[in-house]
Each structure stands twice: as C-alpha cells, then as structure tokens.
Write a protein that binds this ligand. Sequence first.
Ligand SMILES: CC(C)(COP(=O)(O)OP(=O)(O)OC[C@H]1O[C@@H](n2cnc3c(N)ncnc32)[C@H](O)[C@@H]1OP(=O)(O)O)[C@@H](O)C(=O)NCCC(=O)NCCS
Length: 172
Amino acid sequence: MTINLKKCTLEDLHTLQDISYETFNETFKDQNSPENMTIYLERAFNLEQLEKEIANSSSEFFFVYFNHEVAGYLKVNNNEAQSEKMGDESLEIERIYIKNQFQKHGLGKYLFNKAMELALELNKKKIWLGVWEKNENAIAFYRRMGFVQTGAHSFYMGDEEQVDFIMTKTLN
Ligand SMILES: CC(C)(COP(=O)(O)OP(=O)(O)OC[C@H]1O[C@@H](n2cnc3c(N)ncnc32)[C@H](O)[C@@H]1OP(=O)(O)O)[C@@H](O)C(=O)NCCC(=O)NCCS
C-alpha cells in the first residue's frame, strides 16, 4: 500500500474537475435536489473557475494517491483567499474530499496533516473550515482532528440557503 501527495498545477485541471464533481456528488446528492446540485457543480467546478483558483498564489490544491490512483484532494486558502475574513493568522481548509471507496483508510487524516504542516510553516495560529450542519461524518472527523465549533455562516447550494458550522483548531 502506498500513499503519495502531489501539489496540483494547471496541468491537473481536468483531473481536478473530475474528482471535484465525483466527490461532491457522492457526498451531497442524497440530501439535495438534482437542480441545486447541478447549479452548484456548474458554478463551483467549471474549468474557468478552477483554473483561476489553481492560479491564485494564496490557494493550494493537493491530490492524495492511494496505490497511484487519485483518491482525494485538499484545498487550502491563505490570506485574502479565505472565504471569510479570518485574518492573516488563519489558514482555511476549504475542501477535503476522499472518494467513497477510499474513505476510512487514513487518507483524510493524511491530508489534514498536510494542512497542519502548511499552517505551521506559515506560522498560523488557527486552522478553520466551514462544514454543512447536516454533514455528520465530516463533523465527527473534524472533531477527531481537534476542531471545535466556533460559529456558523450561510452557504448557498444552488438557490437554497444552508447553514455551515465554522470549526476551528487552535495551533500551539
Ligand atoms: C471526512 C473525510 C475527509 C474523512 O476522511 P477519511 O479518510 O474517511 O478519514 P480517516 O480514515 O483519515 O480518519 C481519521 C480519523 O477520523 C475518524 N473518523 C473518520 N470519519 C469518521 C466518522 N464518520 N465518525 C467518527 N470518526 C471518524 C477515524 O476513525 C480516524 O480516527 P483515528 O485517528 O482514531 O484512527 C471523508 O470521509 C470524506 O471525504 N467525506 C466526504 C467529503 C466530505 O464530507 N468532506 C468534508 C466537506 S466539509
């Protein structure tokens, strides 16, 4: 069993789009309408949008490979790329997604550890994220990784306003 990590570049654009669609669908399709899913997928993961995000020097994407197959990805945002004004002492985990078939093998923790490593290198004091209040699996995972709920904000899934919990881990 081998686990590898790779920072995404523009050459990975199509692979990033594929895994973004696939994991978002797997995670949320059972609890959301097809219309809202389509609106969100097209808005968030169109090639132009993803290209802009990869090119943003304050964001980083990483793929995790399990036995040389792309199994999941991580997106972190620094400084003004953060989706809330959390300031320069914080790093955001915007996306951490493992394909269903690869979950519960330690890959989520592996990506989380990468985010921790980046936060420490950048001398951050906190890592934070937004997670849908109904995403119980992810909330349990984040609690296990030491996050606590510190707030909430709105998230639009298509035309539906949803509540995201903001969870934060303070770094020593
Ligand atoms: C949430 C997610 C990233 C976790 O990744 P994973 O690879 O399945 O988790 P890991 O195997 O690395 O688990 C790490 C630890 O968290 C615990 N954990 C993971 N999922 C859990 C759950 N649903 N409930 C309780 N504990 C959980 C594991 O038991 C493990 O504990 P340990 O350190 O004591 O061994 C993954 O399930 C996922 O991609 N889900 C769908 C996408 C998603 O919801 N992303 C978050 C969007 S905000």
